[in-house]
Design a protein around this ligand. Structure first.
Ligand code: NAD
Length: 320
């Protein structure tokens, strides 16, 4: 087999790239328009994308040389996985690499809301030098997380990492997951292993007991949290969504924020990305980020190494 050519279209970690080059792959990184991609991709053995490049059937049909598709990240919505399966083209993603980073961002939002940092960071630059004492008074009603109940919807990879951080902060942690009854979670505390078991409870129990609710489920057609679910929650609840925009009904969220039922929402993902609703973006009780859960140096490095290893292994299997 000759030198395998890999096209990278949405960026890739340097370490992953070096691993591939050291293993003898020819790696080409290019920013291409849809038309250019359709002209060039048929000349490659593999492609590595994130979420921006769309690999649909009409394009993939032309790429008879293609031996794999690598997706740096989790979601495969941009790839025609049915066509890839029919054509025997393996699609690799890196579902575990970013879990810790997403979970840490979740807590960034939770802590931002409990101390009003999302709001006060907007006000300090304008009012801090003239109304410092008024701001000090306005933001004097913070809350601790210690001893509070964290309700995790979806006890998969990111849900588990969120549980780990919550436990480390002294929170009581419960979950809801139709496919999990309980989960034993290990914490490394200064090299000492400590274990705690998280129980999966009904949504009713989770909504009634949780001070903070965070959502970690796969994309689905219907929202998991809407008007009915918010009604069942504790007054003053904090809700975080770092999964997918449509999983929370944003009208229900706005109503809950406006009528005081919800203290604050932490959102990394939005309905209608990349053009989220301005009402959500401008709401003072929302702590927000532009879908950057996996965007840390560590996650990107893990993604790069994991994908490179999978590609190298595939070539060994093809040669054997
Ligand atoms: P995972 O597959 O490991 O876990 C998902 C869990 O949700 C599973 O245990 C499943 O049983 C459970 N589940 C499914 N439907 C449910 C429901 N209705 N109620 C409760 N639980 C349900 O997934 P993950 O790696 O933890 O990822 C979770 C989400 O995070 C996905 O939507 C993914 O797209 C998103 N994500 C976001 C970012 C970001 O940048 N913000 C990065 C990576 C992943």
């Amino acid at each position: 087999m000759g030198k395998m050519r890999i096209l990278i279209t949405d960026g890739f970690n340097l370490k992953g790239m070096l691993l591939l080059e050291e293993a003898g792959f020819e790696v080409v990184e290019k920013n291409l328009s849809v038309e250019q991609l359709s002209m060039e991709l048929p000349g490659y053995d593999g492609i590595i994308v994130r979420s921006a490049t769309k690999l649909k059937r009409d394009l993939l049909e032309k790429c008879t040389r293609l031996k794999f598709i690598g997706r740096g990240g989790v979601g495969l919505d941009n790839i025609d996985t049915d066509f890839a399966a029919e054509s025997g083209i393996p699609v690799f993603n890196t579902p575990a690499a970013s879990s810790r980073s997403v979970a840490e961002l979740v807590f960034g939002h939770i802590l931002s809301i409990t101390r009003g940092l999302n709001q006060v960071n907007r006000e300090m630059p304008i009012l801090g030098h003239t109304e410092f004492n008024q701001l000090k008074k306005r933001y004097a009603k913070g809350a601790e997380l210690y001893g509070k109940t964290l309700g995790i919807i979806g006890l998969g990879r990111i849900g588990t990492e969120s549980a780990r951080i919550g436990l480390g902060m002294g929170m009581r942690v419960i979950g809801h997951d139709p496919h999990v009854s309980e989960k034993k979670i290990g914490l490394d505390i200064n090299g000492q292993q400590v274990y705690s078991t998280i129980h999966s409870v009904s949504t009713k129990e989770l909504f009634e007991k949780s001070d903070v609710i965070t959502l970690h489920v796969p994309n689905q057609d219907e929202p998991v949290i809407g008007f009915g679910e918010i009604d069942q929650m504790k007054d003053g609840v904090i809700i975080v969504n770092a999964s997918r925009g449509g999983l929370i009904d944003e009208s229900a969220l706005l109503q809950g924020l406006d009528n005081g039922k919800i203290t604050g929402a932490g959102l990394d993902v939005f309905y209608g990305e990349p053009n989220p609703s301005e009402r959500i973006l401008q709401h003072p009780l929302v702590s927000m980020s532009p879908h950057i859960g996996a965007s840390t140096f560590e996650a990107q490095e893990k993604i790069g190494i994991e994908l490179a290893r999978k590609i190298i292994q595939l070539r060994e299997e093809l040669v054997a």
